[in-house]
Design a protein around this ligand. Sequence first.
Ligand SMILES: Nc1ncnc2c1ncn2[C@@H]1O[C@H](COP(=O)(O)OP(=O)(O)O)[C@@H](O)[C@H]1O
Ligand SMILES: [Mg+2]
Length: 243
Amino acid sequence: MPELLEVRDVVAGYGRGPAILTGTSLTVRPGQVQCIIGPNGAGKSTLLKAISGLLPVRSGEIRFEGERIDGLRPDQILRKGICFVPQERALFPRMSVRENLRMGGYVIDDKKVLESRIEEVLRQFPILRERAHQRAGTMSGGQQQMLAMARTLIVKPKIVMLDEPSLGLAPKIVQQMFEIMHMLKDRGMTVILVEQNAIMGLNNSTWGAVLDLGKTLFEGPAQEVLADPRIKELYLGKAKAAA
Ligand SMILES: Nc1ncnc2c1ncn2[C@@H]1O[C@H](COP(=O)(O)OP(=O)(O)O)[C@@H](O)[C@H]1O
Ligand SMILES: [Mg+2]
């Protein structure tokens, strides 16, 4: 299968600081749920920021459908079809649910298309319709995560990148969140999922990549990555070092 997204030897860091990604590579094929795991501070969020154009790439390249996208602005990358849901969800807490959905579609110039996409999302997520006029910041964590993920449907991206969507959610709500993720996949989106919880992440994915110290250690089918003894070593090793 051809790759949809190709990250090759990417070096990136913040401002004039040291490189955080020190030569990261990643291949994402269409239809995958690609899970990126790795210890805290490995550079997982930094990688998603580099792909989405929020952080400049110092060297290496990122290709989407064969075309270079490193160097493009975040809105240009979103227009091409890569949508990023950051860890902090990036909702507008003082705006209503409907306004948040509208903001999510800021790259859609045709207002009629935008309004019909919003209607579509509200049809699929009755809870969001019920709360269409409620301020996003007053909803529960699970509902806010639902809104952040549902909002990606407005632009119908080809890739949606989720940074630790389960963070801070109760187990039952985490299950709901994964259901929404699978729903995005069923709608034809390719998913890049960053998870701190390796077992949960890999069990909900088709492919896994392990990141440590800004480099891809290895990747493979999710179940193989899960069974790989290096995983245990990586996490236990870090835990020991921290103890
Ligand atoms: N905004 C920032 N400015 C400077 N350094 C940062 C910033 N965000 C993250 N870092 C550093 O980059 C490294 C990797 O962080 P991050 O990508 O958030 O890791 P992960 O998501 O894998 O836990 C850490 O050492 C962190 O301190
Ligand atoms: Mg992170």
